[in-house]
Write a new protein. Structure first.
Length: 395
């Protein structure tokens, strides 16, 4: 087997079972492995540490499949990893309340670069690394066999594929059906998910439990749902008894789906207004009009995919949170989120704290939010803990 030798002092993270090996940690390579090919990883002293997928073009030069160097990276390996991941989801409480779950969450399920979401009878798969690409067919075959889903739609169009030297691929990998409006149920609410053209895999499954929390907090409140996308938080607030919801989104396509989702539920449509607008500008318009809200939800897109972009992202996060706090009535609640991997939970709290100072308001954290349990985080892989949120109350 071709072998990757690590530099002295650069093997500590692998010994701690972190699955990423960066280019700067590589001392030398024995043999010429192809993209995604399995290599044996050895310490500077020559001790075998792991089996990993080689990625010649990425700064993450190898991603670990197994820390058991006696394992065989073959079809049965992926079948077993998928079986374990899927079984975990069947044990979650959410499995009793929804037919839409993340089945595979990349590194945290021992399958780096593989993401699979289930929307009723349709799977949406992403192959985001060289290793995942090399084993794509085996993984697809195992997914169909283990889930009995009638179709698998591939959304391997994330920017990270370019870093791996891979071209984007979108389309049906298995089966074929109209998957632009997959009907799903989440805690009694009906949604139509566009897996073909929607953001990421079509729906933000990681926010499921947070939508439920907003639903529980919404009774009798006026609500501003900024960056509402397809209306997840808006409909949850309506179902929870919100007095009035203002849902703001810049994408006309997303708003169209949000309105379809509203129509699919027995909710009072007179209590919600959809606004197509830039959130940054619309917040200022609301301020100028003297509007205030009892509950504000901020769930913006990813402003900082990497730590290198955190500074610019911090300004954007501070801006929207500052305006949200100014729009919040005394005693009101702000549910604010960041899905940026480059912004840590500590930095995000600091940003929101700075926004409160500049807004001239006193605020306190009541709760902290994270991703739903079907998005587990391996203890050795803190990068998997990307979604963070705060429930803040204004004094």
């Amino acid at each position: 087997m071709k072998t990757l030798h690590l530099r002295a002092g650069r093997d500590k993270s692998v010994k701690r079972r972190h699955p990423w090996i960066f280019s700067g940690a590589v001392e030398r390579l024995e043999g010429e492995p192809g993209s995604g090919e399995t290599v044996l990883v050895k310490s500077a002293e020559g001790k075998p540490l792991a089996l990993a997928a080689w990625s010649p073009q990425s700064q993450i030069r190898a991603r670990v499949w197994s820390f058991d160097v006696g394992a065989s990276i073959e079809e049965s390996f992926f079948e077993e990893r998928l079986k374990r991941a899927i079984h975990l989801r069947t044990q979650l409480a959410a499995a009793r309340h929804t037919n839409a779950l993340r089945l595979v969450h990349g590194e945290s399920d021992g399958l780096p670069g593989v993401v699979v979401d289930r929307y009723a009878d349709v799977l949406v798969a992403q192959f985001l690394s060289a290793g995942a690409e090399r084993w794509r067919e085996a993984i697809l075959n195992a997914l169909v066999e283990q889930t009995a889903c009638e179709a698998v739609f591939e959304r391997s169009d994330a920017e990270v594929r370019k870093l791996e030297g891979l071209e984007a691929r979108v389309g049906f990998a298995r089966g074929n059906r109209d998957a632009r409006r997959c009907p799903i149920v989440e805690y009694g609410l009906n949604f139509r998910v566009d897996v073909e053209e929607g953001q990421k895999t079509g729906f933000f499954l990681d926010q499921r439990e947070n939508r439920q929390r907003v639903r529980a907090l919404a009774a009798g409140r006026t609500v501003l749902d900024a960056f509402c996308y397809s209306g997840g938080f808006s409909l949850a607030a309506l179902a929870g008894g919100a007095q009035r919801v203002t849902a703001v989104e810049s994408s006309s396509d997303a708003l169209r789906i949000a309105k379809e989702n509203l129509e699919a539920n027995a909710l009072d449509s007179s209590r919600i207004a959809f606004e197509q607008a830039d959130v940054f500008a619309y917040q200022r318009l609301l301020r100028d009009r003297g509007r205030s809200f009892d509950l504000v939800v901020l769930d913006p897109p990813k402003f900082a995919p990497t730590a290198a972009q955190a500074r610019n992202a911090a300004r954007a996060y501070k801006d929207i949170n500052l305006m949200a706090l100014r729009l919040l009535a005394p005693g009101g609640l702000l549910a604010t989120f960041s899905c940026s991997g480059g912004v840590s939970a500590e930095l995000f709290q600091s940003i929101v704290a700075g926004a409160a100072v500049d807004a001239g308001v006193e605020a306190r954290i009541l709760e902290r939010f994270g991703a739903a349990p079907d998005h587990p985080v391996a203890l050795e892989f803190p990068e998997g803990d990307y979604l963070k949120g705060l429930l803040v109350t204004r004094a």
